[in-house]
Every structure is written in C-alpha cells, then in structure tokens.
Design a protein around this ligand. Structure first.
Ligand SMILES: NC(=O)c1ccc[n+]([C@@H]2O[C@H](COP(=O)([O-])OP(=O)(O)OC[C@H]3O[C@@H](n4cnc5c(N)ncnc54)[C@H](O)[C@@H]3O)[C@@H](O)[C@H]2O)c1
Length: 360
C-alpha cells in the first residue's frame, strides 16, 4: 500500500509530480540538493494549486490540504520510510545511478521509479540494491495536466512491483498508464519520430511548411502540424531527441537527423523561443514562413497537402507497426499513448484500420 511518496528533484517535473501526488491525497517529501530549488518549491506548488482551483479541478480546501501534504527533504536520509520514490533529477546516467545506489539502501522497502526520458531504465538501476522493485514511470509535462504515464518494465522489474506502481498511477493518481518495454524512446518519442523527421523530407520547396501543417490539421484533425509543433518544442530540443534515438537504434536511415533542422539550429533559428524557426514570429505570434527554412527543404517532396498528409500518416503507421512487432508495446497502448501525448483524434492503428478507403 503506497501512502508516503518521495520525489527526488524539485525542477519542472519534480514539482509537477509532487503537486499531482499531493492533490491526489498522498503525503509527499521532496528532495533537492540545491537549497534554492527547495525554496522555490512551495511558491511553485502554491501557484499550481491555485490554477487547479481556478480551473475548478480542486476546492480551495483541497488545494490547502495538498500544500500541507508536501514537505521538504534537504538530505536523502530524510526520505527514509517512503513507500515509493519518484526520481526526477537531471538526465545524467551517473548521477541517477549514484542516487539509486544510496536511495535503495535508505529506502529498503520502497518501490523505486525513474522519470528518465532517454536513458535505459535498467542502466539507471545498475547500482541499486534489489532492483527488482525498480521501474520507469515516465510522466509527461506538465504532469498535472497530462493523463498519460508510460510505465517502463525493465528486464529485472518484478511483476509485483510493476503492478503495484500501475495501481498507484491508475487508481491513486487517476492517470492512464501504458505498458512499455525498456527501449529507446519508449512509445511516444519513438512512434512519433516520423512526424518530425519524415515531414522534413515530404514537405518540399513547392509545398512549404505552412501548407504542410495546414494539411495535417484539416485532413488529420491534429491540433498542430509538425513544423509549428517543432517550433514550439524548440528545434534544438527536438533535434537532440532525434539524434539520441538515431544513435540508440543503430542509425536507421529513416531517423537520420534532417538537414533542414540541423541547418536552422546551427543558425540559431530554434523556433518560437528564438523568434524564428520554420516560421517567423513577432512578439511570440507566427507571422509567416521563414523563407530560409523553405530554401532548406528539398526540391521535390509531396505533390500537395493531401499527398503530404497521406505519406506522413503512412510513415507514422509503419513506425507504430515496428514498435508492436518488436514487442515493445501493444497496438492498443500505442494508440492510447499517441492520442494522449499528442492530443491526436486517432492513433496510428485507428488510422491504419480506416485505410485510405474512407478518404474522398
Ligand atoms: N521537462 C520535461 O518535459 C520532461 C518530461 C518527461 C521526463 N523528463 C525527465 O525528468 C527528469 C527531470 O527533468 P526536469 O525537466 O524536471 O529537469 P530540471 O532541470 O527542471 O530539474 C532537475 C532538478 O534536479 C535537481 N538536482 C540536481 N542534482 C540532483 C541530485 N543529485 N539529486 C536530486 N536532485 C538533483 C536540480 O536542482 C533541479 O531542481 C529528467 O530525467 C528528464 O529527462 C523531463
């Protein structure tokens, strides 16, 4: 039975995970070695909980109780007695390994979970004592708003630990867990990669990025096309994920870092935050395509928006099929994960069932 939760790292994800656990009725201790991070935590939680009240998700009383349920743990030793440790420290393998070497001793009865996005979960627990109680619990940002949680089963994770963590996420936090193996990118980062990579091959100079994005919105019903989404994420952040997956998967041609994105990042055109990326921005609002970006696209590409969306959707379906055939996750979980993470109306397997027959 999980009652006391320890969160390690009080940054973007740690603070959000602490808020989610506290407002779900758990008692939460948060550790961060930087005193300024702990000092900022309460104000951050207060703001997050006030937003919850304003949105009608929490009563003022619940928000107050959640704030009281969180306490600061300046030392790792303060986390002793936790039933579950959720680690959201920086994405650094040696750092996480060191943390779990110590935490696994200090919290001998706890389930141990890492929020890593790109490291091998098994490697994160390489120095932990009794790593059969360890797994990946990958929240999305912001954890309070995003329902999806990828539950990562490493080879050593015991079925009991996995199912206890699953129950905590499903019943305790009221999130939607999906079951995924410990592979690079888990489900979402892997299955969605063609959205960012293939799109840059498929949108040629003749079509451009605005028409390509519009085709995805109007024909696919997605909230954002790939280029506007990359601008929002940051072309540099997105490119780093592509590069890490490309290397981890043995450099498959279809995941090769796209030349247009490499060139834009090299020029500092990293997206909305820089004022230019695939689009140009004025005070944060897009004001048209970046002509440099169009120049960087291929001469060829898809013949029109409908052909672009058809081919991009086909690339997403093919990647999803690979994920399932490799035994990483079930088709149902891939659909759930893609829909919840991306706010897509359908998942790849639903698109595949639909085929092209339903299209005019
Ligand atoms: N930001 C995202 O969108 C996102 C989404 C999913 C998963 N993740 C993963 O979550 C983890 C945290 O990411 P973030 O964006 O919250 O990072 P962040 O930089 O905002 O926060 C990291 C926190 O960890 C603290 N820290 C540093 N050394 C530590 C140590 N030895 N022990 C404990 N805490 C330490 C830092 O002081 C900081 O407060 C990473 O593994 C990341 O890959 C991030």
């Amino acid at each position: 039975m999980i009652r006391r939760v320890a969160v390690v790292g009080a940054g973007t994800m740690g603070a959000g995970i602490a808020q989610l656990c506290a407002q779900s009725g758990f008692s939460v201790k948060v550790h961060d070695p930087r005193p300024e991070a702990l000092a900022a935590l309460k104000a951050r939680l207060k703001k997050g909980l006030e937003t919850g009240v304003l949105k009608g998700k929490l009563t003022p009383r619940q928000a107050d109780a959640a704030l009281q349920a969180v306490s600061e743990a300046p030392a790792l030793a303060d986390l002793a007695g936790a039933d579950l440790v959720l680690e959201a420290a920086p994405e650094d393998l040696a750092l996480k390994q060191g943390l779990f070497a110590e935490l696994s001793e200090r919290c001998p009865d706890a389930l141990l979970a890492t929020n890593t996005s790109s490291l091998s979960v098994a490697a994160v627990f390489a120095r932990a004592r009794a790593p059969e109680r360890a797994l990946g619990v990958h929240f999305f940002n912001p954890p309070v708003a995003m329902r999806l949680v990828e539950m990562v089963r490493a080879p050593q994770t015991s079925p009991e630990a996995f199912s206890a963590a699953w129950d905590f996420v499903l019943s305790g936090l009221k999130r939607t867990p999906v079951d995924v193996k410990d592979v690079p990118g888990f489900i979402v980062n892997r299955a969605m990669r063609p959205y960012y990579v293939a799109s840059q091959r498929l949108a040629g100079r003749a079509l451009g990025v605005a028409a390509a994005d519009e085709a995805c919105r109007t024909l696919g019903g997605v909230p954002m096309g790939p280029f506007e989404l990359m601008d929002l994420i940051g072309l540099d952040v997105n490119l780093a994920i592509t590069k890490s997956l490309y290397a981890a998967l043995g450099r498959p041609e279809r995941f090769a870092p796209p030349a247009p994105q490499e060139a834009l990042v090299a020029r500092g055109a990293t997206g909305r935050k820089a004022g230019l990326g695939f689009y140009l921005y004025d005070r944060g609002r897009p004001v048209g395509e970046n002509p440099d970006a169009r120049e960087l696209l291929l001469e060829g590409g898809a013949a029109g928006g409908a052909a672009f969306w058809d081919s991009l959707r086909g690339a997403l379906v093919a990647e999803a099929e690979r994920v399932v055939s490799e035994g990483t996750a079930s088709a149902a979980d891939v659909d759930v994960a893609v829909k919840l993470a991306m706010n897509f109306p359908k998942g790849p397997f639903e698109w595949r069932r639909e085929g092209t027959a339903a299209r005019p």
